[in-house]
Design a protein around this ligand. Structure first.
Ligand code: CP3
Length: 374
């Protein structure tokens, strides 16, 4: 018999059992003790673990090189390529965590959503949702085979990382942010079409949320089963809602999603949203384990609004990486200082890293964090 660590029975380096799921890839005793997972569980660590949202991507020349030969969808749907891109930043920098290369939109493809990533424009959906009949048409695929290329990529990466003690995060988009893409058909400045749909088609909206919850919960659970050691939910467009709208149209779906994932796995769930400091008192009640804080709100203020209950992840302004070394160093030290007052702190950016970011400054920030201990 193995040994119990928290709710998990460790059966060997590569095999553990958590609430009915057997993990065969990469999540062993060492990983459980990694800085990142300890901080996600709420333990104070000597220094904050660090990873960056969108750490695999266009600011890296090796990523841009690979993308010359392969489209975005091709890169995501080829497990070996997705694994290679995931590992690119870890070859250059000493990040304490990694995040699987995919996109929030890919698990929607097998629901019948036709999409592509258009150069310089971003994601585009060719058959957007405009009516309740469109919602009815969305298929709920088998979770074990939906976007299975991402599960294979997770297996490859977690095998590669198991001897470096670096946890791999899985992720998904939140039902609201994904519904916005589905309805708008792409990016939008006001989310007018989404909000009009919410306000005029409440039943179709509820049905859409339900369908997304069904697909996303399966998608997250499968990622954990294939080796993801933590799961992040991205609700990037939440800032378009006021607290009343959030409560009525969005909170039920988020709670259902988190509850379903929690019933099947014990991996920590991080909830990240942007421009949502007015919603933090409600975000506190969603059931997430860790809250990702965007760069607009000081960590200390976010912590107060969250009742000082959570490990917080964040929140250096991604544009600080374009500042002078002096400015950048002050900003990083400020984030670390605020982090000391929290239950536990995971250093990250307050939103994804920008494509033009100077690589030397990324290295500088990681070095600085690693040189500081509490
Ligand atoms: O390293 C990582 O963080 C993992 C990969 C990842 C991508 N997208 C790859 C990607 C993650 C976690 C995402 C999440 C995502 N995708 C979000 C939530 C996070 C956030 O930044 O708010 C959102 C809103 C999307 C939707 C999306 N995908 C947009 C708006 C865009 C175009 C704008 C942009 O940043 O390029 C994408 C394309 C995309 N997803 C790229 C990457 C690396 C760029 C593709 C390319 O041109 O090579």
């Amino acid at each position: 018999m193995g040994k119990w660590v928290s709710n998990t029975l460790i059966l060997g380096k590569r095999c553990m059992y958590t609430k009915g799921l057997i993990f065969l890839n990469g999540t062993g005793v060492e990983l459980h003790q990694s800085l990142l997972l300890r901080a996600y569980r709420g333990e104070k660590t000597a220094r904050p673990p660090v990873w960056f949202m969108r750490q695999a991507g266009r600011y890296l020349p090796e990523y841009r090189e690979l993308r010359k030969k392969h489209s975005m969808l091709e890169a995501i749907r080829t497990p070996e390529l997705a694994a290679e891109i995931t590992l690119q930043p870890l070859k250059r920098f000493e990040f304490d965590g990694s995040i699987i290369f995919a996109d929030i939109l890919t698990p929607l493809i097998e629901m019948g959503v036709e999409l592509d990533f258009v150069e310089k424009e971003g994601p585009k959906i060719f058959n957007p949702i405009r009516s309740s009949a469109d919602v009815e048409r969305l298929v709920i695929p088998d979770p074990t085979t939906n976007a299975a290329y991402t599960f294979h990529a997770i297996e490859i990466v977690s095998r590669e990382l198991s001897n470096r003690n670096i946890p791999l995060l899985g992720f998904c988009g939140a039902p609201f942010t994904l519904a916005s893409y589905l309805i708008e058909g792409g990016g939008s400045k006001s989310l007018l079409a989404t909000k009009r749909f919410m306000f005029t088609e409440p039943e179709a909206w509820a049905k859409l949320q339900q369908k997304l919850v069904a697909v996303l919960s399966g998608y997250l659970i499968e990622q954990a089963r294939h080796g993801a050691a933590a799961l992040q939910i991205f609700d990037s467009w939440l800032g378009y809602l006021n607290p009343g709208q959030f409560e009525r149209w969005v909170v039920p779906g988020l709670k259902a999603l988190i509850t379903a994932v929690k019933a099947a796995t014990d991996v920590p769930i991080i909830f990240f949203s942007t421009d949502s400091s007015t919603l933090l008192p409600q975000i506190k009640e969603l059931g997430a384990d860790v809250i990702g804080v965007d760069w607009r709100v000081p960590l200390s203020a976010a912590d107060r609004l969250l009742g000082s209950r959570f490990p917080l992840q964040g929140n250096l302004d991604p544009t600080a990486l374009f500042g002078s070394r002096d400015y950048l160093e002050k900003e990083v030290r400020q984030v670390i200082e605020s982090g000391r007052e929290l239950k536990s702190h995971i250093f990250n950016l307050g939103h994804g890293i920008l494509p033009e970011t100077p690589i030397a400054n990324v290295e500088f920030v990681i070095g600085l964090i690693k040189s500081i201990s509490q």
